[in-house]
Ligand binder design. Structure first.
Ligand code: ADP
Ligand code: MG
Length: 159
């Protein structure tokens, strides 16, 4: 399944991330691919906001991995109404640009990526491709002009 969007500002890209947050249940692995400056981190900021995680959201570029706790009762309460098993406790945001699969495993990837209460977001997923499960959500960011981006979501398998 593929969905293609075009955004004409970083705010719109953030909004798209915020909308995606409403669809997440926990356990998702979200791969953000695209060149430097394409909007991967901008989109993630919207996604984190949509999960009611308080900012500031610093880029994980220097840290490689950033972990956020989803502490808001508001968000979890909403999830509980839908289905008690859908509760997101943590979000892991990884910038894999300067690492490989072995490094990512050392950061505990196997634990958090398999946790049904965590969301894992990976920039530069190609660098750690062999660790990415086939049911991951892939989002491709393409630079069209200074302010325009094409953002394509693809899901290989329905959960
Ligand atoms: P990446 O993480 O892919 O390297 P960033 O999100 O860090 O990219 O940077 C994207 C840059 O492009 C930001 O400076 C942002 O303000 C700018 N920008 C301009 N238009 C858009 C848009 N439509 N979507 C996302 N970012 C945009
Ligand atoms: Mg980035």
């Amino acid at each position: 399944m593929r969905h293609e969007f075009q955004t004409i500002s970083s705010e719109q890209t953030k909004k798209l991330g915020q909308l995606l947050a409403q669809e997440l249940h926990g356990g998702e692995i979200i791969c953000l691919s695209g060149d430097l400056g394409a909007g991967k981190t901008t989109f993630t900021q919207g996604l984190l906001k949509g999960l009611k995680i308080k900012g500031p959201y610093t880029s994980p570029t220097f840290a490689i991995l950033k972990q956020y706790n989803v502490s808001s009762r508001k968000y979890n309460a909403k999830s509980i109404i839908h289905n008690t098993k859908y509760i997101i406790h943590d979000v892991y945001h990884i910038d894999a640009y300067r690492i490989n699969s072995k490094d990512l495993l050392e950061l505990g990837f196997a634990d958090f990526a398999n946790n049904a209460n965590s969301i894992t977001i990976i920039e530069w997923p190609e660098k750690v491709k062999k660790l990415i499960p086939t049911d991951a959500l892939w989002i491709k960011f393409e630079w069209l002009s200074d302010k325009e981006r094409t953002i394509t979501l693809s899901i290989k398998k329905e959960h």
